[in-house]
Design a protein. Structure first.
Length: 204
């Protein structure tokens, strides 16, 4: 899609562990950029400041924001999540709202950019309580640190609350507080319903 197009971004799906995304090119903003590193003249803190309230207003959590350079174009990757998951329609809607907000505030510097909005992949580490809560029912491997040192434990998450998680380990329930858990890793299971979608839109 040519730079400056106002058409809705296209979308397409992907299997689990992949990414369904929506992309559309956007042009350069007019705000003088703050040079953060060689070849990258954008202020990521300002970008996050614009993105976070838009994502929150959509009832989602902002998981990460990353800007990468490809010649004179920038790729702005935004990862969002929610308790209900993120559908293609959700991602497309957030992408449109973010495009409008970024154009209005003009924080992307002097370069055209592509905005990509997606949900976390299965390779996202489980580090926050909300990550564990949203992974209930999934098979995970996690390093458990206690008096015996750290050791990997594999099991299916049967419950997650404010204090810790319950894993089904070889048919036995094991309660683990968050304080003894390292980053959890979801194990890909063939035939498990896909849990990731995304949208990409390009900025102007």
């Amino acid at each position: 899609m040519p730079s400056g197009s106002r058409h809705a971004p296209k979308s397409h799906g992907a299997a689990e562990g992949g990414k369904a995304s929506q992309t559309a090119p956007r042009g350069a903003s007019q705000t003088p950029p703050r040079r953060t590193e060689a070849g990258n003249s954008v202020d990521e803190d300002r970008i996050v400041g614009v993105i976070r309230p838009v994502v929150a207003a959509a009832g989602m959590d902002l998981e990460s924001v990353r800007v990468t350079a490809a010649g004179r174009r920038r790729l702005l990757r935004v990862v969002v999540d929610s308790d209900r998951g993120v559908s293609l329609d959700d991602a497309a809607s957030v992408s449109r709202e973010l495009s409008a907000a970024l154009d209005t505030v003009a924080v992307m510097g002097d370069f055209p950019y592509t905005l990509e909005v997606s949900s976390p992949g299965v390779d996202r580490p489980l580090t926050d309580r909300r990550h564990w809560r949203r992974a209930v029912g999934r098979l995970v491997t996690v390093t458990v640190t206690d008096s015996g040192g750290g050791r990997p434990v594999s099991g299916r998450i049967s419950a997650a609350d404010a204090d810790g998680v319950t894993l089904d380990v070889d048919g036995a329930r094991r309660r683990l507080p968050y304080g003894v858990l390292g980053p959890g890793a979801i194990q890909v299971e063939f035939g498990h319903p896909p849990s990731e979608v995304g949208a990409t839109g390009d900025g102007h």
